[in-house]
Ligand binder design. Structure first.
Ligand code: TRP
Length: 333
């Protein structure tokens, strides 16, 4: 029996090369070994974008195309849309009794996000509950494994704790404790040198960017600020262009040669950037081509997600809800 994976993305925009190395490449591998569900989290996307629902709506076809473009096989992975599975919210309300305000307020991700967004006491409730709602996402497909980076392990631990409390309180074993599936973390910094690539930071290279956009973005990247002439010796460490070379350029000899000449002051920024452009373009060209092919199939893919996959996930989630209600309310369910 294949184990079940639940993974997903908030529907807040197109996917970028950070997603590619951080999660998408793994998903393409996982879909053979595992029973993989990919959630398009439009409701969670709404929690901090509820003033702009169009952004969320418009992101859904973009995500479908990005998935297709990187090689997600819609016959192997089950892509589904959160708002089409109301059972998730039912599951949420039952498990929410086993999470505490204190637990959420100490969640490192929530803490940082509340600070960043300057929410304070006015934090929208919908946003505040999302870590518990994510647990309901996992439980709705009886997810056993959640692919995460090392920073997200506490989230999955929290999920286990909620499930354990639920099961032990009602003396049942109906909910499965999810576990983290740790990947090798490959973090792609933003083109501005920021530690993270993020849509709101405006520092992304998108999978759907054209060749021209890619080139423009790479040529806008800062290199060693202390190096003014191509003949000045430069620093490779912490230099965004070289971080990108190590992540995207598969020609290791070329990267070594560029580093060596950069340190000596025997290469221009233009050459380093142009070689990065060529390397990234080699990675992104097949993705771009497959995305175009996907545009022709978009109706078909969307229908599968909306009809077939909604039915499939609902049928699993309904059973989960039934089991919970049976335990809690028995004949009054
Ligand atoms: N929060 C995830 C993201 O930002 C998407 C997501 C929603 C998710 N629910 C989940 C991921 C449950 C794993 C498990 O992309």
């Amino acid at each position: 029996m294949k184990k079940t994976i639940l993974t997903g993305d908030r529907a807040t925009g197109r996917l970028h090369v950070g997603h590619l190395l951080g999660s998408l490449e793994n998903r393409v591998k996982f879909q053979d070994e595992y029973n993989q569900f990919i959630l398009i989290a439009n409701i969670q996307g709404l929690t901090d974008n509820f003033l702009d629902p169009k952004k969320i709506r418009d992101s859904i076809p973009e995500l479908i195309l990005d998935y297709y473009a990187v090689g997600i096989d819609f016959n192997k992975s089950t892509v589904f849309i959160q708002s089409m599975i109301p059972q998730i919210h039912e599951i949420f309300i039952y498990i929410s009794n086993f999470a505490t305000v204190q637990q959420i307020s100490h969640n490192p991700t929530i803490k940082t996000e509340i600070l960043q967004k300057n929410y304070g006491e006015s934090t929208p409730l919908g946003f505040y509950i999302y870590p518990v709602h994510q647990v309901a996402d996992i439980l709705s497909v009886r997810g056993e494994l959640v692919p995460v980076g090392p920073g997200e392990v506490p989230q999955v631990e929290e999920a286990r704790e909620i499930v354990r409390k639920f099961n032990s309180t009602y003396n049942v074993n109906i909910l499965k404790e999810p576990h983290e599936l740790l990947g090798v973390p490959k973090n792609v910094p933003g083109i501005d040198g920021n530690e993270k690539m993020g849509k709101s930071l405006n520092n992304c290279i998108y999978l759907s960017d054209s060749e021209e956009e890619l080139k423009k973005k790479i040529f806008s990247m800062k290199t060693d600020p202390n190096r003014i002439h191509a003949t000045d010796p430069g620093t490779v460490e912490g230099n965004t262009i070289f971080i990108y070379h190590s992540l995207f350029n598969s020609n290791l000899n070329e990267v070594e040669d560029l580093k060596e000449r950069y340190r000596k002051g025997a290469v221009s920024d233009v050459e380093v950037k142009d070689k990065l452009f060529k390397a990234m373009n080699t990675v992104l060209t097949p993705i771009r081509e497959k995305r175009l092919e996907g545009e022709k199939l978009l109706n078909e893919l969307t229908l599968k997600v909306v009809n077939e996959n909604t039915k499939k996930v609902q049928s699993i989630a309904k059973d989960v809800v039934e089991e919970i209600k049976e335990i809690v309310f028995q004949s009054f369910k």
